[in-house]
Design a binder for this molecule. Sequence first.
Ligand SMILES: Cc1ncc(COP(=O)(O)O)c(C=O)c1O
Length: 366
Amino acid sequence: MHRIQATIKLSALQHNLAVARTRAPQSRIVAMIKANAYGHGLVPAARALGDADVFGVTDINEAETLSKAGLNKPVLILQGLIDKADILRVVHGNYQLVVHRPEDLVWLEETLDSISVKTPLTLWLKLDSGMGRLGLTAGEFAMLHAALKRKSWVGEIIALTHLANAGMPDNALNRQQLDCFSSLMQQEELAGPSQSIVASAGLFTLQNNSAWARPGLMLYGSSPFSWHDESRRSHSLGLKAAMKLEARLISIREHSTGDSIGYNSWFICPEPMRIGIVSAGYADGYPAMTPNGCPVMIAGKRTTSVGRVSMDMMAIDLTDLPQAEIGMPVELWGNNISVDEVACHTGTISYELLSAVAERVPRIHV
Ligand SMILES: Cc1ncc(COP(=O)(O)O)c(C=O)c1O
């Protein structure tokens, strides 16, 4: 490591994928590697997750990046069509596509009815069962399903819905969404399509017998549940942290009572203190608004952040750590400091911390 580094353990990704499989032994797995594999590096993560059945990405560009890297596993484009011109690229790459609005049918018909498509497309029809984000109403779903299943350019149709509150297992919306989806699936004219409901959280809390599961976060070793739910922290779920984010200790200074540390005097030393400066800041993806007291680890011991995080630096308390020396690595998250704990302390979610690790941070895949 020079200044800062994210070390990505590929064996942890493989371990976590195996955990996902044990949670849904009858399901095939869409490994969600969108957003640069939640910050872990799209192509290396895809190579490590070769045991998945399909890769899930955000858009056609991520799909094509995988193809260009020589990965030829099926790829599902979660946001579907951003632009009508995406359709020919989808056909050319033989990608699978989420269809989530009636307009998609019009675009697809206008483009594909008049040409011959060698390999019919696999389409994932998305129902909005209560998430209130992307998806068709039940009426639109039935209409699009009827229209699409007659098209020569359509191969398999898979029915998909996404749960808004699966990370809150007792929330009533979970049951409402499941009921909404299953009542639609019971309609006679809709018999047939295989189904996909759960992502990481649902894999741990629901009966999983759908044909397809779509885990993302858990593959990276993070828990989709609240840090306050101790029984569902990542190690209790059997997951291993894939990313270790570390940076160097670049300065150590002794301070007196009343000294101010960092911008806007967010921290005033209440007693004489030894303060270390770590070369990691918000331009590396560490949250600027991190409150005092966020855990870090140095020399095998936990300590905490003090003061506001700067662009490229942050301060930590070394008062009780005489063994800390300039040049030592400081773990910001990884095996010892859970990214889930940092997310809880900083008022965000681990999804954001992991996927926001900046491009300038070297990712070393081991
Ligand atoms: C439709 C869909 N499926 C699956 C996932 C993966 O969710 P998670 O990372 O919680 O497993 C996402 C994540 O945003 C999603 O939008």
